[in-house]
Ligand binder design. Structure first.
Ligand SMILES: C[S@@+](CC[C@H](N)C(=O)[O-])C[C@H]1O[C@@H](n2cnc3c(N)ncnc32)[C@H](O)[C@@H]1O
Length: 380
């Protein structure tokens, strides 16, 4: 790993003698066998949904003299809520086939020990553009054959014809696997950066099949010799759409100890009540969502940050205002969903213009204050 990413040599925590490696979605075993051969001191556990694929892998591993690998059948989504402490987790070509890629990825992140490494493979939208363009056929043997015939009938310069160069084009089940998945998400590098941020994972770098790609990147972006800047990579890929040969393969690290962000459970942002806001706020709720200490802290923050005499837009307003009573504002516009709640806002001066907008955005009756003196704040 330090050959691949020299920065890892300065890792604070020592690398375990016999790391535990987990492969989520190992397919027919080639991936798992490669990993078991790469990390010879490791104990590798490889999981897949498909029993026939696992059976093939389980036959091949001993044939190849691999004895540090165990196969197990199961659904990675069923591991939600489990917390293991794997030293390496790999999942290539799997997360983009889940209904909700980020939820699956979060489950794997929870299974990773602090300071440990993860390798992920995800489809690149740019590199898969010809496959995306070939979609729209029924996933039946007839649909698949018709799709192949239509592709062969395309002009030679059509982007979709690139598929013909793939060995998977000539085998029905491989071709089905190539373009007929129920779920198939494609990613861009800005979207990848956002997901990594949400998961609190550190990007260590791409594992590229063609070393010339890295050399070219370094010559284009000499200020980023570690090749870690995903916005540079996005510009690079825009110029060379096949730079990643269909799939981004990259390594990540879960930050160690307290430096790491707590990983939230996958349902952390699921609403307790799934009805629309419109319906939910039809009835006045008249509750507070934070305790007195938190309200005092928020009020203090407003006192510190909001401009005296400024114009305040109070978004998601309800029946309480945490604005400091002793600060005069030019005006405050409260925007909320329930008129009864807004009408109950306890203000000593008539500083609220109340509007309730159920669903549609509208022009606010915001006022003649200069932009530098205005601020907005969401109610809590
Ligand atoms: C394209 S294959 C990739 C196999 C292997 N990782 C590789 O790179 O060769 C995707 C595999 O993910 C497995 N898979 C998909 N969803 C899964 C899930 N929820 N849990 C476990 N395995 C899953 C499929 O059965 C399939 O074998």
């Amino acid at each position: 790993m330090t050959r691949l990413f020299p920065r890892l040599a300065d890792q604070e925590q020592p690398w375990p003698e016999a790391p535990h490696v987990f492969i989520a979605g190992c397919g027919t075993g080639r991936h798992a066998i490669d990993t078991a051969q790469r990390f010879t001191d490791a104990a590798v556990l490889a999981l897949d949904l498909s029993r026939p694929s696992l059976g093939y892998g389980a036959r091949k591993a001993p044939e190849l003299g691999v004895d540090n690998l165990q196969f197990i059948q199961g659904d990675l989504l069923a591991l939600d809520g489990e917390s293991a402490a794997y030293d390496i987790i790999e999942s290539a070509g799997v997360l983009h086939h889940l209904d909700d890629t980020l939820s699956g990825w979060r489950i794997l992140t929870n299974l990773l020990a602090d300071g440990s490494l993860m390798k992920i493979g995800l489809y690149s939208e740019a590199a898969r553009r010809h496959i995306v363009a070939a979609g729209g056929y029924a996933p039946t043997p007839d649909g698949i054959r018709r799709c192949r015939q239509d592709i062969l009938a395309l002009p030679a310069n059509d982007i979709v014809r690139k598929i013909v160069a793939s060995p998977d084009f000539y085998n029905l089940s491989s071709f089905r696997d190539l373009i007929f998945h129920v779920y198939e998400h494609h990613f861009t590098l800005p979207a990848l950066a956002t997901m990594l941020d949400e998961l609190g994972l550190e990007f260590l770098g791409f594992e590229l099949t063609d070393p010339a790609v890295l050399a070219k990147y370094r010559s284009e972006f000499p200020d980023d010799p570690a090749a870690l800047d995903l916005s540079n990579w996005a510009r690079f890929e825009a110029c060379i759409p096949d730079a990643f040969a269909a799939i981004y393969q990259f390594w990540l690290r879960k930050p160690a100890g307290s430096a790491g962000r707590p990983v939230l459970p996958s349902d952390a942002f699921r609403w307790a009540d799934e009805v629309s806001d419109d319906e939910f706020y039809r009835e006045a709720r008249l509750v507070t969502h934070i305790d007195d200490g938190a309200i005092a802290a928020v009020t203090e923050l407003y006192r510190e940050r909001l401009p005296k005499g400024g114009a305040i837009l109070d978004l998601m307003s309800s029946w309480v205002s945490h604005l400091p009573d002793d600060v005069r504002f030019d005006r405050v516009v409260g925007l909320g969903m329930n008129n009864e709640e807004l009408a109950a806002t306890p203000v000593s001066t008539p500083r609220y213009a109340r509007i309730s907008i159920p669903t549609r955005p509208c022009l606010l009756p915001m006022v003649s204050s200069t932009p530098s003196r205005s601020a907005s704040r969401p109610s809590i």
